[in-house]
Ligand binder design. Structure first.
Ligand code: FES
Length: 393
């Protein structure tokens, strides 16, 4: 494993430790959501790390200073050691959050989580209607999610609903908010699709129009006025519609540390696709060495790596040049400015995508569901492309 040997943030100072640890426990998932941010070739990744490995990751993460811990996936409930990990998280003093589709959460397990000290459960819905919820996830899970929502309330957890928004469900926003109100949600996260992984693959089918967004924003504003403090609603506009990029991950290698199911440590959930970058595994490297010394975590720390227009931009300390993964996906070079920025010479790739979304019927590509068969086909395609490239054909 290549380690850069650097212990600075690229500007000479030693970086602070991470605050957030995201434990992606498994890529296995009973749902097949079309906007999933997991890698397209997740089936080609290595075996899941063991309970002991995860326990060590939690200890090392806490020792580095991480305080927030997310259990995510795939569906984290598919790991039957989750209760053990939750108990360890509590003993270490983490604030722990289970990010779940709800599938696999029953009375027995929620009692066990409560007892073990889980702080927070975030339940996802795909839509307010059974038809669309079940279509988008390619499962019959709507009724089950309603049951799980009630279970979460009964066990005195704050009700945190997450609904990923896109072209196909954004016009249901009022009904989604009404459903959340009926379920007694304290928080609703209306998370516009992030275009990575399967979301990027299906982007042209998922990107809403500007008119849809404006309407959704207005409906949310009116709903907020009516409901007041009883339910907090977070509505984040997709960055494709902005002219400045998001400060992705609050800066590379600055706050977030993700560990994937096979133990690869990443500065963000999507970083593994970036070319020419080695990311260590927690199987053979300590989190401390990964965080401070690995090439993968140091490459885009600070601003020494930046090119123009970011290098001399007065806003670089605010947005860090945007998202490295998006810069790669949309321009082919992770060191370019995120093209969401209207100062980027490649900004047109974003505005073109938004313009295409306006033309009804312009996109006829089929929706591709996140499932093992599609993942294997995409992994094979990627492997073939790599071998063609290396043989120079
Ligand atoms: Fe990887 Fe933004 S998602 S840097």
């Amino acid at each position: 494993m290549s380690m850069a040997g650097s212990t600075t943030n690229g500007n000479g100072a030693r970086p602070a430790g991470p605050l957030w640890l995201l434990a992606e426990l498994t890529y296995r998932c009973p749902l097949h959501c079309v906007f999933c941010y997991n890698p397209l070739d997740y089936t080609a990744h290595g075996a899941e790390i063991s309970t002991d490995d995860w326990l060590r990751v939690l200890r090392e993460g806490r020792a580095l200073g991480a305080i927030q811990l997310g259990f995510s996936g795939g569906e984290p409930l598919l790991r039957d050691d989750l209760e053990i990990l939750v108990a360890e998280a509590r003993a270490l003093g983490f604030y722990s959050n289970l990010i779940t589709s709800g599938v696999g959460l029953n009375e027995t397990r929620i009692r066990a989580f409560k007892e073990a000290g889980l702080d927070h459960i975030q339940l996802s819905f795909q839509d307010s209607t059974r038809e669309l919820n079940d279509f988008l996830s390619s499962t019959r899970t709507f009724e089950l999610k309603l049951k799980v929502a009630r279970l979460i309330k009964e066990h005195d957890y704050p009700m945190v609903l997450n609904v990923v928004l896109h072209r196909l469900n954004i016009d249901h926003i009022e009904e989604i908010l009404e459903m959340a109100e009926r379920l007694g949600a304290e928080y609703v996260e209306l998370a516009n699709t992030q275009y990575y992984g399967w979301g990027f693959l299906n982007r042209d089918r998922l990107l809403p129009t500007r008119e849809q967004l404006l309407r959704a924003d207005e409906v949310t504003r009116r709903f907020r006025e009516r409901i007041g403090d009883r339910m907090r609603i977070f509505f984040v506009v997709p960055d494709y519609f902005e002219d400045r990029p998001k400060a992705c991950m609050s800066g590379w290698g600055s706050v977030f540390l993700t560990v994937t199911p096979d133990g690869t440590a990443l500065p963000c959930h999507a970083a593994r696709m970036l070319p020419g970058l080695a990311f260590p595994s927690v199987r053979d490297t300590s989190l401390e060495a990964i965080w401070y010394e690995s090439e993968g975590f140091n490459r885009y720390r600070g601003d020494a790596w930046m090119k123009e227009p970011c290098r001399t931009c007065p806003e670089k300390a605010k947005d860090f040049g945007g998202c490295r993964c998006q810069a790669f996906l949309l321009t082919g070079d992770p060191a370019n400015a995120d093209p969401v920025c209207d100062l980027s010479p490649q900004h047109h790739v974003v505005t073109d995508a938004v313009a295409r979304a306006r033309v009804t019927g312009a996109v006829t590509a089929p929706i591709i569901f996140r499932d093992d068969r599609n993942s294997r086909a995409l992994a094979e395609k990627k492997a073939q492309a790599a071998s063609t490239e290396s043989s120079g054909v």
